[in-house]
Design a protein around this ligand. Sequence first.
Ligand code: ADP
Ligand code: ADP
Ligand code: MG
Length: 455
Amino acid sequence: MFKKILIANRGEIAVRIIRACKELGIKTVAVYSKADSEALHKQLATETICIGEANSLDSYLNMERIISAAIATGCDAIHPGFGFLSENPTFARMVEKCGITFIGPNPEVMEKMGNKAQAIDSMIEAGVPIVPGSHKAVTKEEGKKIADEIGYPVLIKASMGGGGKGIRFVRRPDDFGFSYDEAKDEALKFFASDELYIEKYIDSPRHIEVQVMCDHFGNVIHLFERNCSLQRRNQKMLEEAPCQSISQELKDKLYQSAILACKHVGYDSVGTIEFLVDKDENYYFIEMNTRIQVEHSVTEAVTNIDIMKNMIKIAYGLKLPYKQEDIKLLGYAIECRINAEDMYNDFIPSPGKITFLHIPGGMGVRFDSAVYSGYTISPYYDSMIMKLIACGKTRLECIRKMRASLEELIIDGVKTTTEFHYVLLHHPTFILGNYDTKFIETFIKELNSNAKLIR
Ligand code: ADP
Ligand code: ADP
Ligand code: MG
């Protein structure tokens, strides 16, 4: 097994990776920015190296410094986590060139699937259903022509996009031009690429994704689906598994398509295939995340399989120790992403010092975070500070457990989205489980009055 892994990330995912390494008997090196000198990942790792200023470009996105740190400390692998450099094939190639293993898929497949327009092209080849659209990067004029053909509304999406950024909704032909320009500016700013493609807007869809694990020997298995339809501005807020609102027949099709997709492109790590499902249970591939995801813990809870440890073992060259029939669904799980944001003020970030923290517990409750009492949340990074995961034999048990956990959770000193989740877990639409991606928009409008009813 690897002897020492450098973790090119921060926050809860860095802590998650360190925990997996400890269980596997692997030493860890945490890199941290000057803003993160009190961070938990730094405190838990075997060794630490400061790699630069608070600004990510100078630290967590600085490839040369991260690789130098790995060489200087004698690491034999680098785990990129999510966000930052996790889907950057140039980084993966540089790491491998230095004789260090990149814990993720091979750079070729990452490149192929990382460009979303190109990934759609591969899916056409594989015979996986895709959303009608341009299927490739287009100029403003080409895009307009395609939008006229497929019919409005359409989405303009950044080929290199992620985290819900670089997406524009276009209702009418007249709005196409300026929406294209806006998307182009945002794409350039966030992804250093202004490539855009066009997709038909699927009305009120559900976002259902399939977790996969693939090794270097062509073994490909799925770990069922997650329902990630609870999104604000195309960013997930709560995820659950299994999905309550689609048929078993459709689920089987999603699993088969996910496996087909991975086999077709030669995928060789853990990953996720994201689909949209419309009202008539038509389904469409939208993208593949070629990395560990925020919500992997939901699937871990319902399958009792450690996805992170498997990811590391696969990268080392071990064969998957499971066959598809070994993977069983053991119950229901929900994950709430707790963000340091002001939910009553357009969810603006609320960094600052956590003066007191009480963490919920009990059977079937998991708390993944990198914060502690006295920790100061930095304004420089993502506002997601913790994930609370509850699981139960039935969905109702799971919902009740999550409500109880949210009641116990105390975070003083900063504003958080804890109450958002608490109110959501009491909403009839959520309880029924048949919500779509548009639900949160209406839910947020009524949030204040509903919160008063529950408080
Ligand atoms: P997931 O499906 O795992 O939730 P997201 O797209 O929400 O994936 O992204 C996971 C994390 O990585 C979030 O914190 C998000 O802000 C960040 N992220 C996603 N894409 C990028 C990117 N291209 N550059 C920087 N951060 C990103
Ligand atoms: P990202 O790379 O930022 O995660 P995705 O392509 O996965 O971008 O889309 C993010 C979210 O935007 C989806 O989960 C879905 O809610 C919405 N979305 C994306 N494409 C469409 C579409 N064609 N029609 C309707 N909603 C969409
Ligand atoms: Mg996505």
